[in-house]
Design a protein around this ligand. Structure first.
Ligand code: C2E
Ligand code: MG
Ligand code: MG
Length: 536
């Protein structure tokens, strides 16, 4: 908007520039004949809008109007800046800055509503997992700029191939996901064939002519899953099968499912047994307070070592825990084991100030969680303030009055509540404010690009700013490099966790890690361990 700082407009004078900041309809219906237009500016002088006082008669503003204006301009600037700040955050948070396609976060949100629609209309939909063949070789040999150009062009071609209801997103690196709704398996295959042919049109990259190619795996709702996590997992598995079958291949999950389903079924059955037969253990990853480099606490992460199959990673068995309905059992086991371990460390003279435990949100549907926590704390003589429960954002979807009242009671015990993987799911700050949350764990995906991407830095900074103003603690998770750590430290992050300090460790290794850091003279300052103030 191009307006002077302040101007008086006479609506009855045809020669006067009426500007685009006058609401003519309003003026006519109330009989206003003049307007005093004033520019609303941000702190740094950016024009945010205009504030207009309307008059029935054409006269100059009175003294009290000047006073009114002075306060109103400030208030309007505050409100508008906050608004544009939130819009910026949303744009940065939900769109990939290279291709401008929706990112994983938006995909997860959008997929949930598309699944709900498909369920209502009893139609099927297809999730296509698209992986660009030989992307790494192209990136390595022609350079990152060429790789970026290729990804942008592929995004453009994918976006140009879908219908209005379909959804294209970039999952990460060279992986894209398209949701076709509605779509049968046959329609999804026909679409994938068209995509593969469109993608293979030659393009010039750094003076080299290349014909991109892709492998596509397809998962169909409802046949291959009722939620986006299992549909993506199955489409991904199908994509791997497609890739191993040869370049340019398309696979529907159904056709590849037999072997792997049997595996999953075997695992599912084995899991229940695992919970009872000591196959599960907890590993612990240190969290460091950035202001004084002390050990802030540890996060407990479940590990499963199957006697024949070996180590099965959490991203494989946690979905099975959900599918098999074993969440309450795992919650109970993890809490019990973590508290026992805390007490054991304390008894052996090792100061671990806090323990974070990952909890499936289903726990809060039942008041039993309150009694369980209370009895574990009493049994082991632990202070409630040493325990934090981590839940993912999705639990907000489940936050009925009953759930909120259980959470509130847990918080009243003195136990903290932390939102894990913040920004990857149904992230709504306004919803969060309704809940007694005290900590937010910013997801690793925000931190991955923080060194290279200006927008990732802005986003991390904005989230830190919002958390500060809402008096929420913030933890950066998945910090891998010292450079990332320094940026986060500079942005006011209080706590960090990630491979740059340590991977998750078995209890005895963690004890050694802490003692090593504490006792070694070089590092004793860097990783100084606080006195066990929170423990009796
Ligand atoms: P999470 O709770 O967000 O845990 C962080 C994950 O990031 C862990 O993976 C950890 O090993 C990994 N990580 C930490 N720092 C770095 C880093 O610098 N770089 C990279 N690349 N990764 C890092 P993990 O142990 O495989 O666990 C994966 C997820 O499984 C957890 O994510 C959590 O959602 C779930 N999970 C693990 N244990 C439990 C549990 O006891 N109960 C429940 N409900 N979920 C669990
Ligand atoms: Mg966690
Ligand atoms: Mg996390």
């Amino acid at each position: 908007m191009d307006v002077k700082e302040s101007m008086m407009l006479n609506f009855t004078d045809p020669a006067s520039d009426q500007g685009d900041c006058i609401d003519h309809k309003l003026s006519q219906s109330f009989g206003f004949t003049a307007g005093w237009v004033n520019t609303i500016r941000s702190n740094n002088g950016r024009c945010l809008g205009t504030f207009t006082l309307y008059y029935r008669e054409n006269h100059l503003p009175a003294v009290q109007h000047h006073r009114l204006l002075e306060t109103s301009l400030k208030l309007c600037a505050l409100a508008l800046e906050r608004d544009s700040f939130i819009n910026d955050i949303e744009r940065l948070a939900y769109y990939d800055s290279l291709t401008m396609l929706p990112n994983r976060r938006l995909l997860m949100m959008k997929a949930n509503s598309m699944i709900a629609n498909a369920q209502r209309s009893q139609s099927s939909m297809a999730v296509l997992f698209i992986d660009i063949n030989k992307f790494k070789q192209i990136n390595d040999s022609l350079g990152h700029a060429a790789g970026d150009l290729l990804l942008s062009e592929i995004a453009r071609r994918l976006q140009g191939s879908v219908r209005g209801n379909d959804f294209v997103s970039r999952l990460s690196g060279d992986e894209f996901v398209i949701i076709l709704s509605p779509s049968s398996a046959e329609q999804a295959i026909a679409f994938s064939e068209r995509i593969i042919s469109k993608l293979s049109e030659p393009m010039m990259l750094a003076d080299v002519k290349i014909a991109p190619s892709a492998s596509i795996g397809i998962g169909i709702y409802p046949d291959h899953g009722n939620d986006i996590h299992s549909l993506l997992l199955h489409a991904d598995q199908a994509m791997y099968k497609a890739k191993s079958a040869g370049r340019q291949a398309i696979e529907v999950f159904d056709q590849v499912i037999n072997d792997s389903t049997n595996d999953e079924l075997t695992l599912s059955l084995a899991l229940e047994n695992a919970l009872e037969s000591n196959q599960l253990t907890l590993h612990y990853q240190p969290q460091i307070a950035l202001d004084d480099n002390q050990l802030f606490g540890v996060e407990a992460l479940a590990r499963w070592c199957h006697p024949e199959l070996g180590n099965i990673p959490p991203n494989r068995f946690i979905p099975l825990v959900r599918e098999a309905g074993l969440m309450p059992k795992l919650n109970q086991w993890v809490l019990t084991e973590a508290c026992r371990q805390m007490a054991q460390w304390r008894d052996s003279g090792l100061a671990v100030p806090r323990m974070s435990v990952n909890i499936f949100p289903v726990a809060f549907r039942d008041r039993a969680i309150i009694d369980l926590i209370q009895s574990l704390l009493t049994k082991h003589g632990l202070l409630p303030s040493c325990l934090t429960l981590e839940v993912t954002e999705d639990f907000i979807l489940d936050a009925t009055d009953n759930v909120i009242s259980v959470i509130t009671e847990v918080r009243q015990l003195g136990v903290s509540l932390s939102i894990d993987d913040f920004g990857t799911g149904y992230s709504s700050l306004s919803y969060l404010l309704r809940l007694p949350v005290d900590t937010i764990k910013l997801d690793k995906s925000f931190i991955d690009d923080i060194e290279k991407s200006e927008s990732a830095r802005t986003l991390a900074q904005s989230i830190a700013g919002i958390c500060k103003s809402l008096q929420l603690n913030i933890v950066a998770e998945g910090v891998e490099t010292d450079a990332q750590l320094e940026i986060l430290r500079g942005q006011g992050y209080q706590i960090a966790q990630g491979y740059c300090f340590s991977r998750p460790l078995a209890p005895q290794d963690l004890a050694q890690w802490i003692r090593g850091r504490f006792l070694s003279s070089d590092d004793s300052e860097r990783y100084r361990i606080s006195a066990p103030k929170s423990l009796p």
